[in-house]
Design a protein around this ligand. Structure first.
Ligand code: KIV
Ligand code: ZN
Length: 538
């Protein structure tokens, strides 16, 4: 059993954005993007990063290894991998995490009668044997072992206690209790966790075991259930940025962290989260997964700190506490007094970006300054939201296998919408293609498809304006899927021209698909191609 002292007032944040979050339809990320997110999660102050499911594929294993080596430093977070309760998964998981300074193996088995009967075909007795084998093997490799009885929310309580106590006996240091299908209610869950802690042999207070909760959001109760679990004694919560995850998602990290931070007298608990990194983390995850955040989403939605009704505006102007229970600054939204516009210089931009947490120098600063000047010419005032979008667009895309050089569209009521795109590939070859479509965006996407040759289905397309007004910067997110519908990829683009933003978003998704699946044709070696074809809609 672990002899680590456990501070009973600290709730550990176990982030599973890169594992359960990536299981959201469409959230596939490249390994470079996962590494970037892991770095940001470390800045955010999460205690444990579940970096992936190493047995799932060689790519998943490689991504976990990179995170373990580059983010799992001695003063960094614990790096954890997930493994089914089977030998091959546990060995692959250890390969993934072993280079981290603080590695963890997380193994799980479905323990409800429904899961035993229909998923693994095991009897309860055989289930116990599986738990014994898996936890013992994991513990022989790694000192830090987490066990999850999957579908605990629908598992018979007596059996659940038996399973948990066996896992502890075999060396599990964290017992994670998942409500896998989002079925439980808050009071029930608080009682369940309190009962498990009190009744599981070897798991009581002073045992050194950490109890954890992992709640899904099928009934919209994930955050409430997680906080109820904490009230019941859990001191680890499994969460994801923006609440992404299987089906309706997981508990959202920002909601739990801000609930604990905003109501200290009620909970009397703290986390190690640097809440000022929340908005940046949210935007990064949204951009890399192509899963946009609903405007009314708590903490990170575009409207979370917006006041529309006159009476509310009046109150906030007199004193923000009338309608704000937390400050925008506390989650990383700044309220700078520095107004940036077309007369602002490089220095003012640099200072503003630094205040926002971006330290840019040299070429990187020049690139953003050039984009800023273009935008300031078109728009009177450039806001922090505009700058965030520019930075994201400029630096947070996937590896550019195909890059946009130019785009020209003609559209309107008098002709067929036509787009001509000029792109280069990673070998420096140039391609030009023109296509006709139902509108300028459709035409542009057809022209890109003709060059990249990576067949896909556009499953989602959304345009937002970053700020108000006709001159606002447009943000576009798209999701595409492979034609067999097995993988989905997201993309993000921002520009003051929404067709250009749309093309950037699509190209980001297509590049991600090409990088992950290898689908996509390149021109024959050595061909400097200037193709000038018009493809027409069938
Ligand atoms: O939802 C779930 O039960 C899981 C487990 C693997 C912890 O994701
Ligand atoms: Zn889950």
């Amino acid at each position: 059993m672990s002899t680590t002292t456990i501070d009973p007032n600290v709730v550990r944040i176990f982030d599973t954005t890169l594992r359960d979050g990536e299981q959201s339809p469409g959230a596939t990320m490249t390994s470079a993007e996962k590494l970037e997110i892991a770095r940001q999660l470390s800045k955010l102050g999460v205690d444990i990063i579940e970096a992936g499911f190493p047995a799932a594929s060689p790519d998943d294993l490689e991504a976990v290894q990179r995170i373990a080596r580059e983010v799992g430093t001695a003063d960094g977070p614990v790096i954890c991998g997930l493994a089914r309760a089977v030998e091959k998964d546990i060995l692959a998981c250890w390969e993934g995490v072993k280079d981290a300074a603080k590695p963890r193996i997380h193994t799980f088995l479905g323990t409800s009668d429904i899961h035993l009967k229909y998923q693994t075909g095991l009897t309860r007795e055989e289930g116990l044997e599986r738990v014994r084998m898996a936890v013992t093997l994991a513990r022989s490799l790694c000192e830090d072992v987490e066990f999850s009885p999957m579908d605990a929310g629908r598992t018979d309580m007596e059996y659940l206690i038996q399973v948990c106590s066996l896992a502890i006996e075999c060396g599990a240091t964290t017992l994670n209790i998942p409500d896998t299908v989002g079925y439980v209610t808050p009071q029930e869950w608080q009682d369940t966790i309190a009962h498990l802690i009190a009744e599981t042999p070897g798991g009581g207070p002073g045992s050194g075991v950490i109890w954890s909760v992992h709640c899904h959001n099928d009934l919209g109760l994930a955050t409430a259930n997680t906080l109820a679990g904490v009230m019941g004694g859990a001191r680890q919560v499994e969460v994801t940025i923006n609440g992404i995850g299987e089906r309706a998602g997981n508990t959202s990290l920002e909601e739990v962290a801000m609930a604990l931070a905003t109501r200290p007298q009620f909970y009397n608990l703290r986390t190690n989260v640097n809440t000022r990194e929340i908005v940046k983390s949210s935007r990064m995850v949204s951009n890399y997964t192509g899963m946009s955040v609903q405007p009314n989403k708590a903490i990170v939605g575009a409207n979370a700190f917006a006041h529309e009704a006159g009476i509310h505006q009046d109150g906030v102007l007199k004193n923000a506490s009338t309608y704000e229970i937390m400050t925008p600054e506390s989650v990383g939204l700044s309220q700078s007094q520095l107004v940036l516009g077309k007369h602002s210089g490089r220095h003012a931009l640099k200072v503003r970006l630094e205040e926002m947490g971006y330290k840019l120098e040299g070429d990187a600063l020049n690139q953003v300054f050039a984009r800023f000047k273009d935008l300031a010419d078109a728009k009177k005032t450039v806001t922090d939201a505009d700058l965030e979008a520019l930075i994201t667009d400029e630096f947070e895309g996937p590896e550019e296998i195909f890059s946009l050089v130019d785009i020209q569209v003609t559209c309107g009521t008098m002709g067929m919408p036509t787009a001509t795109v000029r792109m280069t590939n990673a070998n420096g070859e140039t391609f030009i293609h023109a296509a006709v479509g139902t509108g300028p965006v459709d035409a542009s996407y057809r022209a890109i498809d003709a060059i990249v040759k990576a067949p896909n289905v556009l499953v989602e397309y959304s345009v937002y304006s970053v700020t108000e007004g006709i001159d606002a910067l447009g943000e576009v997110t798209v999701r595409i899927s492979t034609v067999d519908d097995t993988r989905t990829f997201g993309g993000y683009g921002a520009d003051d021209d929404i067709v250009v933003a749309s093309v950037k978003a699509y190209l980001a998704a297509v590049n991600r698909m090409v990088a992950v699946t290898g689908i996509g044709g390149h021109k024959p070696e050595g061909a400097v191609s200037t193709v000038n074809l018009i493809s027409e809609r069938q």
